[in-house]
Ligand binder design. Structure first.
Ligand SMILES: Cc1cc2nc3c(=O)[nH]c(=O)nc-3n(C[C@H](O)[C@H](O)[C@H](O)COP(=O)(O)OP(=O)(O)OC[C@H]3O[C@@H](n4cnc5c(N)ncnc54)[C@H](O)[C@@H]3O)c2cc1C
Length: 433
C-alpha cells in the first residue's frame, strides 16, 4: 500500500497551506482533492467575458494570515467600484434612492448598536470564545436588531446590510458572527464592512491558489475523492471512492462542517463535529453574477432578508456586439429562492433592488448543493461558536482538522482557512519531529 507521512484531504486554502508547510519541512505529503482544480470555495472562472470570482473574493490587510500570503506571493489588490448611488427598501417595501452619505447616515446608529459591545464580548479577536460572548451566544442577529430602538426605516436598512454579511435569514444567525468579525477589526463596523467586501485580488483567487499549490512539494491528486478514514495506533488508512488506499502517519481533514459526514471516519468523529454537521451552520445563501444591458451608474442596493437577492452592486463594465453591458454581483440569504438559469426570475429579483435594469443573463455556482462544500462562508447558528470551537480544533488520534470553520480570528473567511492550515501543520511537525 502507498504510504506517506501526511495525507491532506482537500486543496482549498487550508489544505494547500498545510501541505506546503508540511512538505517544505521535509515530510512526504499527498493532497487528495475530489475536484479537478485547487482552490475549493474560491474559484475564478471566465464567464460573460470576465474572470469572475464564483466564491471567495474580497481580502484586506486587517486579515493577517491572508495578508502574509498576499505578500509572500506578490499579489496586489484592486478596489471594487465605489458606488455613486444607493438604493434601499423602505419599511413600506418601496424602493428609495439617495446618496451614499444619506444611506450611511440612515444605518449608522443601528450598525453601531448591533456591535456596540463587541470589544467587551470578545476582548481579543484571536480568542473568540473568551469574554462576555458566552452570555451573548444564545442571541441571533435578529434578536439584537429587535432590541434596538430604531425607526422602522432604519431598522429595515440595518437588517438588509446584515443579511448581506451573514448570508442567511437573521433569525438563524448567531450574534457571535457579527461580534467576532467586528472584534477582528478593532471594534469598528465600518472597517469590518471594508474588510469583507471591498478589495479583490488582482489576477483572481485561482491564480493565488495556483501559486501556493506550486510550492507544495508533493503530489496534489485530482479526482481523488475520499470515502473513509480508519485510524489505528500508528496512523490511519485513507480509502478513496475508487477503492484505492493510502497509509499515513497523520491525516489533515479540511472538509467544511456541513460536508464532513460524507467521509466515514472510524472511530467516529468527536461529538462536536457530529453535532455541528447534523445541525449545520447558519450560512445558506447564494452569490449571483448578473449581466445587465447598458452602462449602469455605479450603485449598491439593498432589499430585505425576505427577497431572493438582498444585496446587489455594479462590479464590471464592458462592451460586445450587443453594446455596453454592466456586470452586477448579488447575494441572497437562501440559495433555494433563486434559479440563476431563470432570467425572468432574476429580473424580478433585481427589480426589487434597483428598478430600471434590464437583465440579459445570470450565472453562479450553488455552493450549498455542491456536495464537496455544502456551505458558503460559514456563519454560526446561536450557541455553536462557544459550544464547539475549542473541541473542533482538537486532533482526533491521527486526524487533524484544518478548515476556516475552526479558525479563531476570521472564521468563515479565507484568512481563517490559512490560519487553520498553519496551526495544524505546526502541530503535526512538532508531533512527527
Ligand atoms: C460565494 C462565496 C463567497 C465568499 N466570499 C468571501 C470573501 O469575499 N472573502 C473571504 O475571505 N472569504 C469568502 N468566502 C469564504 C472562503 O471562500 C472560504 O472560507 C475558504 O475558501 C474556505 O477554505 P477551506 O480550505 O477551509 O475550505 P474549502 O475551500 O471548502 O476546501 C475544502 C476542499 O476539500 C475538498 N473536498 C471535500 N470533500 C472531499 C473528499 N471527500 N475528498 C477529497 N476532497 C474533498 C473540496 O473539494 C475543497 O477543495 C466566500 C465563500 C463563498 C462560497
Amino acid at each position: 500500500m502507498e504510504s506517506v507521512d501526511v495525507v491532506v484531504i482537500g486543496a482549498g486554502f487550508a489544505g494547500l497551506i498545510a501541505a506546503r508547510e508540511l512538505s517544505t519541512a521535509g515530510l512526504s505529503v499527498v493532497v487528495l482533492e475530489a475536484r479537478d482544480r485547487v482552490g475549493g470555495r474560491t474559484w475564478t472562472d471566465h464567464r460573460f467575458g470576465h474572470d469572475l470570482e464564483l466564491g471567495g473574493t474580497w481580502v484586506h490587510w486587517v486579515q493577517p494570515h491572508t495578508w502574509a500570503e498576499m505578500t509572500r506571493y506578490g499579489r496586489d489588490i484592486e478596489r471594487s467600484p465605489s458606488a455613486e448611488e444607493a438604493f434601499w427598501l423602505g419599511a413600506d417595501g418601496v424602493s428609495r434612492t439617495g446618496s451614499i452619505a444619506e444611506f450611511m447616515a440612515l444605518i449608522d446608529d443601528g450598525q453601531q448598536g448591533i456591535i456596540d459591545d463587541a470589544r467587551e464580548a470578545i476582548p481579543r479577536g484571536v480568542d473568540p470564545t473568551t469574554g462576555r460572548i458566552a452570555q451573548l451566544d444564545s442571541l441571533t442577529v435578529q434578536d439584537r436588531i429587535d432590541s434596538l430602538d430604531l425607526t422602522p426605516e432604519a431598522r429595515a436598512a440595518n437588517e438588509s446590510v446584515w443579511v448581506g454579511h451573514v448570508n442567511a435569514p437573521l433569525d438563524q444567525v448567531g450574534l457571535s458572527s457579527a461580534l467576532r468579525w467586528v472584534a477582528a477589526t478593532g471594534g469598528h463596523w465600518q472597517l469590518m464592512h471594508e474588510a469583507s467586501a471591498t478589495y479583490r485580488v488582482v489576477g483572481g483567487m485561482s491564480a493565488f491558489t495556483a501559486a501556493i499549490a506550486a510550492d507544495v512539494r508533493g503530489e496534489i491528486r485530482f479526482g481523488a475523492s475520499v470515502a473513509a478514514v480508519e485510524s489505528d495506533a500508528d496512523g490511519a488508512s485513507v480509502e478513496l471512492v475508487d477503492g484505492s488506499r493510502i497509509r499515513a502517519r497523520r491525516i489533515v481533514s479540511t472538509l467544511p462542517a456541513n460536508a464532513i459526514s460524507t467521509i466515514d471516519f472510524r472511530p467516529p468523529l468527536p461529538d462536536a463535529w457530529q453535532r455541528l454537521s447534523a445541525e449545520r451552520v447558519a450560512s445558506q445563501g447564494t452569490k449571483a453574477w448578473i449581466r445587465a444591458r447598458g452602462h449602469v451608474t455605479r450603485f449598491f442596493a439593498y432589499a430585505s432578508q425576505h427577497d431572493p437577492l438582498s444585496v446587489l452592486k455594479a462590479e464590471y463594465y464592458g462592451a460586445d456586439a450587443d453594446g455596453d453591458y454592466t456586470l452586477l454581483v448579488g447575494f441572497g440569504p437562501d440559495h433555494t429562492r433563486l434559479d440563476l438559469d431563470d432570467v425572468a426570475a432574476v429580473q424580478a429579483a433585481v427589480d426589487v433592488l434597483r428598478p430600471g435594469i434590464e437583465v440579459t443573463g445570470a450565472t453562479g455556482h450553488d455552493w450549498m448543493t455542491d456536495p464537496l462544500s455544502q456551505n458558503t462562508w460559514m456563519t454560526h447558528r446561536p450557541g455553536q461558536l462557544t459550544r464547539d470551537l475549542i473541541e473542533l480544533q482538537r486532533p482526533h488520534g491521527a486526524v487533524h482538522f484544518a478548515t476556516t470553520d475552526n479558525a479563531n480570528l476570521w472564521g468563515g473567511f479565507v484568512d481563517g482557512a490559512i490560519e487553520s492550515g498553519l496551526r495544524e501543520s505546526r502541530r503535526i511537525r512538532a508531533d512527527l519531529a
